[in-house]
Design a protein around this ligand. Structure first.
Ligand SMILES: [Zn+2]
Length: 416
C-alpha cells in the first residue's frame, strides 16, 4: 500500500510529494533538506496494519506544512522504513515501482525476508534491551564487578535464556560484548577477531606485559580502553535507526547503486559525530596494533621499524602524531594487516572544521579545503557514509579483541 502526502517548505514555498510505502517497520523518522533553500524538514511515519493506516506527520521543529494540494511539486521523496529509496533527482523514473519490487531484484526472497526480520528485531533491541546490556558492560569497565554480574544475569536470562552465572565474569562480559551488538558484529568481524586472538596468543607474555605496562604507566588499564570502545558502540546503538539503510546496502553487496539510491533515515548532521568519534578511536587503537606488530617483528612493542615512516621515531611519540598519519600503518604488519581501511580522513577533518557541503538532490557530502575548493578525496554519498559508520564499528570490534585477550591473561590491570 502506498500513500502520498504533500509538504510545503516554510522557507521558500517549494512543495514535495512524500510517497510512503507501507512496509514492515511501523514507526520511523525521515528527514530531508529542501533542494531549493536547504531548510531541513523532519517528519515521522506511523503505520498501523490492523486498520490499514498510513500516516505522515511533520516534526515539531520543522518549518514546513502539510497540504492537500499537489501544486508546484518540485520533487518526490520516497520513504521506506527498511529499504534504500530513490534519490529526489531520479524520482521521476522511480515512482512506478515500489522499493519492495526493486528489492526483489536485488535479494533472493528468503534472504530479504530474513534481513527485514533482523532489522525489525534490532530496531526494537537497540531501543529497549541495549540500555541494560550497556549498563552491565559499563559497570564492568568501572570495576563494579558485583553489580555488573547482577545486570548481566538479567540480560542473559532475557536474551540467551540460560543461566551463565557459574562462568567467570570476564567470559560473560566478553560474550555479551559480541552478542550484545547484533548486526553490527558480523561474521567477518568475528573471523578477523579470532585471527587477532590466534596471533596475539603466539606472542611472548612478557612482551605483551611490557606493552600493557606502557599504557599502565599513564594510568590506562585494559578496562579503560574497553570503556572507550563502549562509548562509541553506545553511539552506534543509538544511531541504529539512522543506519538501517546502510545495513541493507551492505547486505545487498553491490545490488544498489550509490548514484541512484539514497537514504532519508538520516542527514549528514545525524552521523557526523559518530563518524568522527569512530575515526578518532581507531586512530587511538592503532597505537596498540602498531605495538603488537613491533612485537611480532622484533620482540618488543617499542621497536619501531625504520622503514615505517609514521612521523614518530620512537613508539612513545606515536601519541603526538596525527591520527591520519597513524592510520597509514594499516597493512604494514601482522596485526595492522587485519584492519580494513573504510574511512576518509579528509571527510573527518572537514566535519571537525565544519567545512562540508551537502547536496540534497544527489545526497553527496563534500569536503571543502581552507580556500573553499572541494577536496574530491572526501566525496561521500550519505548512504555510503552510513555504511562507513557501520564498517568502522566492525574494525573497532576487531581491534578490541586484543584488549580482551590481554585482560584474560591478567596483564592489563592496575594490580599487574
Ligand atoms: Zn525551501
Amino acid at each position: 500500500m502506498v500513500k502520498n502526502f504533500f509538504v510545503v517548505c516554510g522557507v521558500c514555498g517549494c512543495a514535495y510529494r512524500i510517497r510512503v510505502q507501507a512496509g514492515y517497520v511501523n514507526d520511523y523518522s525521515a528527514s530531508f533538506h529542501c533542494t531549493q533553500c536547504g531548510n531541513r524538514i523532519d517528519g515521522a511515519v506511523h503505520l498501523d496494519p490492523s486498520c490499514a493506516l498510513v500516516d505522515f506527520r511533520l516534526g515539531d521543529g520543522s518549518v514546513a506544512s502539510l497540504t492537500d494540494s499537489a501544486e508546484n511539486v518540485r520533487a518526490l521523496v520516497e520513504l521506506s522504513g527498511e529499504l534504500p529509496s530513490f534519490k529526489m533527482s531520479s524520482a521521476g523514473c522511480g515512482c512506478m515501482i515500489s522499493p519492495y519490487m526493486r528489492a526483489a531484484s536485488v535479494f533472493r526472497f528468503d534472504e530479504l525476508k530474513e534481513h527485514i526480520s533482523e532489522l525489525e528485531f534490532c530496531l526494537d533491541y537497540y531501543r529497549t534491551d541495549w540500555p541494560t546490556v550497556r549498563t552491565a558492560l559499563q559497570l564492568f569497565n568501572d570495576e563494579n564487578d558485583g553489580f555488573a554480574a547482577e545486570m548481566l544475569l538479567r540480560c542473559e536470562k532475557k536474551l540467551l535464556e540460560e543461566d551463565c552465572s557459574e562462568r567467570p565474569l570476564l567470559n560473560r562480559i566478553y560474550c555479551f560484548s559480541w552478542t550484545g551488538l547484533p548486526m553490527v558484529a558480523d561474521a567477518d568481524a568475528r573471523k578477523r577477531a579470532k585471527e587477532v586472538t590466534a596471533r596475539v596468543r603466539r606472542l611472548q607474555v612478557d612482551a605483551l606485559a611490557d606493552l600493557a605496562g606502557f599504557y599502565l604507566a599513564s594510568g590506562v588499564t585494559g578496562r579503560h580502553v574497553l570503556a572507550e570502545t563502549l562509548e562509541v558502540f553506545d553511539q552506534v546503538a543509538k544511531a541504529y535507526p539512522s543506519l538501517v539503510n546502510g545495513f541493507t546496502f551492505l547486505k545487498a553487496n553491490g545490488g544498489y547503486s550509490l548514484e541512484e539510491y539514497g537514504s532519508y533515515s538520516c542527514t549528514p548532521e545525524d552521523l557526523k559525530d559518530l563518524y568522527c568519534d569512530e575515526y578518532e578511536l581507531i586512530g587511538r587503537l592503532m597505537v596498540l596494533f602498531i605495538g603488537l606488530d613491533n612485537i611480532v617483528r622484533d620482540g618488543a612493542f617499542d621497536a619501531m621499524p625504520p622503514m615505517l615512516n609514521l612521523g614518530a621515531k620512537t613508539f612513545d611519540k606515536l601519541g603526538r602524531v596525527s591520527k591520519a598519519k597513524r592510520l597509514e600503518a594499516v597493512g604494514t604488519g601482522a596485526f595492522t594487516g587485519l584492519i580494513r581501511r573504510c574511512w576518509k580522513p579528509g571527510l573527518r577533518n572537514a566535519f571537525c572544521h565544519n567545512k562540508t557541503r551537502f547536496d540534497s538532490e544527489t545526497q553527496l557530502v563534500q569536503a571543502l579545503r581552507d580556500d573553499g575548493t572541494v577536496d574530491p578525496a572526501g566525496d561521500t554519498y550519505l548512504l555510503e557514509m552510513a555504511c562507513e559508520c557501520i564498517l568502522m564499528a566492525r574494525e573497532i570490534l576487531v581491534m578490541r579483541e586484543a584488549v580482551f585477550y590481554m585482560l584474560g591473561r591478567g596483564i592489563w590491570t592496575d594490580g599487574a
